[in-house]
Design a protein around this ligand. Structure first.
Ligand code: HEC
Length: 437
C-alpha cells in the first residue's frame, strides 16, 4: 500500500518535470534576469533606454515590468523591433528581428507573471556612446549653422538644414554617417545632395513638412535608430560633384518639452583605386492619383538592367498612405524572384535594406517596382480618407520611389584616388615617391 503511494507521487513529479522541460530547457520558467534581459539588451535598448527615441526604457526589471502585456503583444505581432521587410532572418545586414525562440521566451515569461529571477543572472549593462562615429573620425564633418530648438509639440516636425560647405572639387566617398544631436527627439535623418541653384534662407534651414526630393535634391543616405551607415565595397565609390552642398532633413518625434538638436554628418573619402561608380536603378512614378477611401491602390514602374549587376541595397519611399512595396525581378530566362518585399510599409521607419549577400543579376533583368497605398480610414496614419491624393512634397501628398543600388560587373574606371580626390598620373608619381620615404 505504502509503496504504491510513493510510486504515484514519483510519477506525478516526473510528469511535472516532463511538462516543464521541453520548452524551458531548464527546470525553472523564464526569468527577466536570465532569459529576457539579454534579449532586451541586444534588441531593444538601442531605442528603449534613458535618452533613447522610444517612449520608455527597458534596461531594468523595474522599467520593463509595467510594460509586460504591451511587450508581449508587440513582439508576438512582430511590430517590435521595428523592421518592415519580409524574407528570412539575416537576409539584410543589421536585421533586428527576433527569432521564433526569442519571441516564445518573451511570451512565456509574460504568461508566467513576468518573474524577476535572480539578480546575479543579469547581463552586464550596455553602454552607448552616441557622440562617437561608428567607423572612426570621418574625413569631413558637416554641422548645422547653430543648434536648433525643437519646440514642444504633439506632432511630428521636420526641418531641412543645408550645410554651408560647398564642395570645391569632385570628391569620391565610400560612406556617409550621421550623428543625431539629440536622440530623444531625432526620429530619422536623411542626407541629400543639394544642387547649386537651391534657395536656402539666411538661417540655413527650412522648417516644415516637405520632401526636398521634390525640389531637386537627391537623397544619398539615411539614418534611423539602430541603422548603421553603409560602407561601400572595396573599389566602389560615389562621386560628389564640385559645387554642390549637402543638406539633411531631420524628422523630429513629438516632444513634451523644448529640445536642442545639433545633428552632424560625417563623410568618409575613398582612398586607393576606384573601379566602379555606385549606380542606382530608379523605379519612380509621379502620376499618382489615389481615389478617396481606396484601400488598395497600386502603381508599377518597370525598369531593366542594362549591364550585369551586383545588387547591394534597396530603398523605398512613400508617404503616409504607403501600405506595401515590392520589387520583382524577372530574369532574361523568364525566372522570377522577389528583390525586396516590404509588406507593412511605415513612413516612420524608412530605412535602407542592405543585403548580407549581394545579389548578382544578368543584363536584361527586368524590375517591376510596385507601390501599394491605403487611403481608407483603416490606415491609422491616414490624415484624411476623404481626400484624393496626388504626387507632392508634403507627407499628406504622396510619392512613389524605389531604388536599387548596384555595381555594374564590367565597369572599370581605374581611378587613383587620394583622400577622395582623383590624382593624375603626375600627382600619383609624386605621392608614390612620398609614400616610399
Ligand atoms: C529602432 C528603435 C526601436 C527598437 C530597436 C525597439 N523599439 Fe519598441 N518602440 C520604439 C518607438 C519609437 C516606439 C514608440 C511607438 C512608435 O513610434 O512606433 C516603440 C514602442 C514600443 C512599445 C509600445 C509602447 C506603448 O506606448 O504602448 C513596446 C511595448 C515596445 N516598443 C517594445 C519593444 C521591445 C520589447 C523591443 C525589443 C524586442 C523594442 N521595442 C525594440 C522604438 C524601438
Amino acid at each position: 500500500m505504502k509503496k504504491t503511494i510513493v510510486l504515484t507521487a514519483l510519477g506525478c513529479l516526473l510528469a511535472a518535470v516532463w511538462a516543464v522541460a521541453p520548452g524551458a530547457g531548464a527546470l525553472g520558467a523564464e526569468t527577466f534576469s536570465k532569459d529576457i534581459a539579454p534579449i532586451f539588451r541586444a534588441r531593444c535598448e538601442e531605442c528603449h533606454r534613458a535618452g533613447g527615441v522610444a517612449p520608455m526604457a527597458l534596461s531594468t526589471y523595474e522599467q520593463s515590468r509595467p510594460w509586460a502585456r504591451s511587450i508581449r503583444e508587440k513582439v508576438a505581432s512582430r511590430e517590435m523591433p521595428p523592421f518592415h521587410a519580409a524574407g528570412p532572418l539575416g537576409r539584410y545586414r543589421n536585421d533586428p528581428r527576433l527569432t521564433d525562440a526569442e519571441i516564445a521566451a518573451i511570451v512565456k515569461w509574460v504568461d508566467a507573471g513576468a518573474p524577476k529571477g535572480n539578480a546575479k543572472d543579469m547581463p552586464p549593462p550596455r553602454s552607448f556612446d552616441d557622440r562617437a562615429w561608428a567607423k572612426g573620425e570621418p574625413d569631413l564633418v558637416l554641422k548645422v549653422k547653430q543648434p536648433y530648438t525643437v519646440r514642444a509639440s504633439e506632432r511630428d516636425q521636420y526641418s531641412f538644414f543645408v550645410f554651408d560647405y560647398v564642395f570645391p572639387e569632385d570628391v569620391w566617398i565610400r560612406s556617409v554617417d550621421t550623428r543625431p544631436g539629440n536622440l530623444k527627439v531625432v526620429h530619422h535623418a536623411n542626407t541629400h545632395v543639394v544642387p547649386p541653384g537651391f534657395k536656402v534662407p539666411e538661417e540655413g534651414f527650412i522648417a516644415g513638412d516637405f520632401d526636398p526630393g521634390a525640389r531637386g535634391t537627391v537623397m544619398m543616405a539615411g539614418w534611423a535608430p539602430g541603422v548603421e551607415a553603409v560602407f561601400l565595397p572595396e573599389a566602389v565609390g560615389v562621386r560628389i560633384p564640385k559645387g554642390v552642398r549637402l543638406g539633411i532633413q531631420v524628422h523630429y518625434a513629438p516632444t513634451d518639452t523644448d529640445a536642442i538638436d545639433e545633428t552632424r554628418v560625417g563623410l568618409y573619402f575613398a582612398d586607393g583605386t576606384i573601379r566602379k561608380n555606385l549606380r542606382v536603378l530608379f523605379g519612380d512614378r509621379r502620376d499618382v492619383e489615389i481615389p478617396p477611401g481606396d484601400p488598395n491602390y497600386s502603381l508599377t514602374a518597370k525598369k531593366t538592367f542594362d549591364a550585369d549587376a551586383i545588387i547591394h541595397f534597396y530603398h523605398v519611399h512613400m508617404h503616409l498612405r504607403g501600405k506595401s512595396y515590392v520589387m520583382k525581378l524577372t530574369y532574361p530566362d523568364g525566372r522570377e524572384e522577389i528583390g525586396i518585399d516590404v509588406p507593412r510599409y511605415d513612413f516612420n521607419w524608412q530605412r535602407t535594406y542592405v543585403l548580407t549577400s549581394p545579389l548578382r543579376v544578368p543584363k536584361g533583368t527586368q524590375v517591376d517596382f510596385t507601390g501599394t497605398y491605403d487611403n481608407s480610414a483603416k490606415n491609422r496614419f491616414n490624415p484624411d480618407p476623404a481626400a484624393a491624393v496626388r504626387w507632392g512634397e508634403k507627407t499628406t501628398d504622396e510619392m512613389m520611389q524605389g531604388r536599387i543600388f548596384y555595381e555594374a560587373v564590367g565597369e572599370d574606371l581605374n581611378l587613383r584616388v587620394k583622400k577622395g580626390r582623383v590624382v593624375t598620373a603626375a600627382d600619383s608619381a609624386i605621392s608614390e615617391e612620398r609614400d616610399e620615404r
